[in-house]
Design a protein around this ligand. Structure first.
Ligand code: UD1
Length: 359
């Protein structure tokens, strides 16, 4: 009898660090695996660099969908992947997280009749204005294996009436990648190139959510706060392409607010671990700072990762620039508090996933 055939679908930056450990763990079971990149993220800095650093195999297929409206992206992934599924006939399709590529792959797999496993199932912000929330809800409706990072995700699924037999609490697979690569994470060269001394405190910032960056006036107000903060201590802000477009040619003149291109995984992790404070609207960074014990301020009204607030170092501060300024000052004036890593964020989530999926 032939071994099971897995087809993994990734598309955007936050998928890559989740898929890498699962491919590695499954390879120990002697199953057949192929990797499809939808092409949702295509810049070298948003995609290729991650494949290299995470030691992901070259994708077997790249659908090349690129940018577009949510509908266009989702539809193009579905059309492209349908052909691939008919050709490859996998036994299981594995999808990751909550990006447009995730829901598109889950939907077309269900239509073609291939079972779906969802890694990072069950997270809910209860904010339907975010495309990711819709993507999560639909993917979880469809998936046959719901592989959750934490107990709150299990509870969300049970509350939605999901059959408990489909729910497997496996832990946080992003932490598998983090623990494996932490020894190689290094931000020193970047700090030196920005003129920061060894051990000098700094604030690390990422902002890319439409709710923070799509309105240029609001984005400008957030950047003004960062400019002011940078008169006290340096701020490093790797700028996502979406944010870069919205910033346009607006000059940022504060000499210690350092805007950089998007950074690779190892360099960003190297900065994160030594940051005095991280300001973000990313989901994954809320989790990474919790694991690293670094204070995190999340510029959002809600989070699908409440465990980072209850167990970790994360604080939700909403989107107001004034609140951001106040909250940054509060963190800088206080002692750094550690928080604890939630249960099963132990570097072995992918082993548990492989055990569930390969039986
Ligand atoms: C997507 C995900 C989001 C995730 C984020 C991480 C959805 C709905 N959103 O948002 O959940 O947190 O990725 O980065 O799937 N662009 C480039 N080069 C690229 C990719 C994008 O220049 O390689 C530009 C394009 O102009 C594009 C814009 O960035 O229109 C946004 O890209 P898109 O994939 O639509 O969404 P993200 O904001 O990256």
């Amino acid at each position: 009898m032939q071994s099971k055939q897995f087809l993994h679908v990734v598309g955007a930056r936050p998928n890559f660090m989740k898929a890498a450990p699962v491919l590695r763990a499954l390879s120990r079971y002697g199953v057949r695996q192929s990797l499809v990149h939808t092409g949702q993220h295509y810049d070298a800095r948003m995609s290729d660099a991650f494949f290299r650093e995470l030691e992901l195999p070259e994708p077997d297929i790249n659908l090349g969908v690129g940018s577009g409206s949510h509908t266009e992206q989702t539809a193009q992934v579905m059309v492209g992947l349908e052909r691939v599924l008919h050709e490859h006939r996998p036994d299981i399709v594995v999808v990751y997280g909550d990006v447009n590529s995730t829901v598109a792959a889950a939907l077309v797999s269900a239509q073609v009749g291939v079972p779906v496993a969802h890694v990072e199932a069950g997270l809910r912000s209860r904010d339907r204005s975010m495309p990711e929330e819709i993507n999560r809800m639909i993917t979880d409706r469809i998936a046959d294996w719901l592989l959750t990072p934490s107990a709150d995700a299990d509870e969300n699924l049970r509350a939605e009436g999901v059959d408990p037999a489909r729910i497997h609490c496996v832990g946080n697979v992003m932490i598998d990648t983090l623990t494996r690569l932490l020894p190689r994470a290094d931000g020193a060269a970047r700090l030196t190139s920005l003129g920061l001394g060894d051990g000098e405190p700094f604030v690390l910032v990422t902002l890319h959510r439409p709710s923070n960056v799509d309105d240029s006036t609001h984005l400008r107000q957030l950047v003004s706060v960062l400019e002011e903060v940078s008169s006290g201590l340096p701020v490093i802000f790797p700028v996502h392409p979406r944010t870069r477009q919205r910033l346009g040619t607006q000059a940022v003149t504060a000499p210690r607010l350092h805007l950089t291109p998007p950074l690779g995984y190892l360099e960003f992790l190297g900065l994160q671990r030594h940051a005095t404070l991280v300001v973000t609207d990313s989901g994954g960074i809320q989790e990474e700072t919790t694991f690293l014990g670094v204070p995190c301020l999340t510029v959002r009204d809600n989070t699908e990762r409440p465990i980072t607030v209850t167990h970790g170092t994360n604080r939700l501060i909403g989107r107001s620039p004034q609140r951001l300024q106040l909250a940054i000052q509060q963190v800088l004036d206080s002692d750094r508090s550690g928080g604890t890593a939630p249960p099963l964020w132990d570097g072995h989530a992918s082993d548990r996933i492989a055990a569930v999926l390969s039986t």
